[in-house]
Design a protein around this ligand. Structure first.
Ligand SMILES: *Cc1c(COP(=O)(O)O)cnc(C)c1O
Length: 396
């Protein structure tokens, strides 16, 4: 059966090239964990996890145990880090599917220990990454509470402290003050961990912004001081989008690594639909719910098979354009759940079946995830992750 024409094209080659580019950027300093959480940022875990693995990724990052199980089925050999920890009752599954949980709550450690003993896991053979709170107040154990974690890693515990992780939450800020403060806390924490006679192999810190800002070196230095190796966790950059940095950098002052990445990384996802109907409307005709658009003269309009249920934000109604035949056709009237109407009066050759681009390029025109984000008060991460489940993801 032919599918409704609303799909996302996933350029797995671009994804592989992006991974290799970022890996080269971090080369001697940090191992990269490829973040494929939330269905690979809406790009399809099934298409993206095997592709990044083929490109050389040994580690994948997912949000939940559920996502981890899906990743495990796709990539039997990859290390899979569960970034948001385990939820109650998930320890046995995490062990069964050889997932590596990030942990910070005592009950998480207790559940894992119990499940590991149940599974007859030998001492020190279940790796976990300890999340520490270095200032984001989101997840992670605070410095003052570190002591309650240590007893879980005694000599006969099945658990092994393999990594220490934290999230740099302001790596895109020009002055770097917040990151510096976070790294001080990391350093202090690592000191306390070794003072307790424990050792972790990986210092797991930093997302796309930190990597692109050239932070791998600082991380590697911190890690090396404690006999550890650095690991970074890029997500968005893998998908070819460079996060916007603090405008305080000023022209020509942003890190060179960032400027280079902007030119090198390729967007992985293109979102497309098609014209499924055409009509001429007279002056005075209204378009869409509540007639928020009224034709002031006779027009040619086209119906496009995409709506807010596919992830197209309603705020874009009357404020956006979609690409048809290499030109921008204004989106007129409200975005419906499943459809929109565009003005093709100026694009006389437009026909039923024409491809319509929502994200991506056509001719000389391009629409980016940032274009969507800027007009809807959000960020590319959200534009991608709310792409609807019924938008078919196709590898190209
Ligand atoms: C999502 C996430 C990342 C990846 O972030 P990007 O900004 O997309 O690179 C890294 N680490 C953690 C903890 C995350 O939640």
């Amino acid at each position: 059966m032919q599918m409704r024409p609303c799909w996302a094209e996933i350029d797995t080659q671009a994804l592989k090239e992006n991974y290799r580019y970022l890996a080269a950027m971090a080369a001697h300093e940090a191992e990269l964990l490829a973040v494929v959480k939330a269905n690979a940022y809406g790009h399809s875990l099934a298409l993206c996890a095997p592709a990044v693995e083929q490109a050389g990724a040994r580690w994948l990052g997912v949000t939940t145990v559920e996502e981890g199980i899906a990743a495990r089925a796709l990539c039997p050999k990859a290390r899979v880090l569960v970034i948001s920890g385990i939820f109650p009752g998930q320890a046995a599954a995490a062990i069964q599917f050889q997932l590596t949980p990030s942990i910070w709550e005592s009950w998480q450690l207790e559940e894992l220990e119990a499940a590991a003993r149940e599974a007859k896991t030998p001492a020190g053979s279940l790796p976990v990454h300890l999340e520490i709170d270095t200032g984001m107040s989101r997840q992670g154990v605070g410095l003052d509470d570190l002591g309650r974690v240590f007893p879980h890693f005694g000599p006969d515990s099945p658990l092994r402290l393999e990594g220490v992780m934290t999230h740099l939450f302001a790596a895109d800020e020009a002055d770097g003050r917040v990151t510096e403060e976070q790294m001080k806390r990391v350093d202090e924490t690592l000191g306390k961990i070794s003072a307790a006679g424990l050792f972790a192999e990986w210092l797991n810190v930093g997302a796309s912004a930190a990597l692109l800002a050239g932070q791998a070196k600082v991380l590697a230095e911190t890690a090396a001081r404690h006999g550890m190796k650095a690991m970074m966790r890029p997500g968005l950059a893998l998908y070819g989008i460079v996060p916007r940095f603090d405008p305080a950098y000023g022209a020509g002052q942003e890190p060179a690594t960032l400027t280079a990445a902007r030119a090198a990384l390729k967007p992985v996802l293109a979102w497309k639909s098609a014209i499924v109907g055409l009509r001429s409307i007279p002056a005075g005709a209204s378009v869409g719910y509540n007639g928020t658009f009224v034709a002031s003269e006779p027009m040619r309009v086209a119906l496009v098979a995409v709506g807010y249920a596919d992830g197209l934000d309603r705020k874009l109604g009357n404020h956006f354009g979609l690409l048809v035949r290499g030109r921008r056709a204004p989106l007129i009237g409200r975005v419906s759940m499943d459809q929109v109407v565009i003005d093709i009066t100026e694009i006389a050759e437009a026909a039923v079946g024409d491809e319509v681009v929502l994200i991506g390029s056509q001719g000389a025109e391009t629409i980016t995830a940032f274009d969507h984000a800027d007009l809807t008060g959000t960020i590319p991460w959200e534009v991608f992750t709310r792409l609807g489940g019924r938008v078919a993801r196709r590898a190209v």
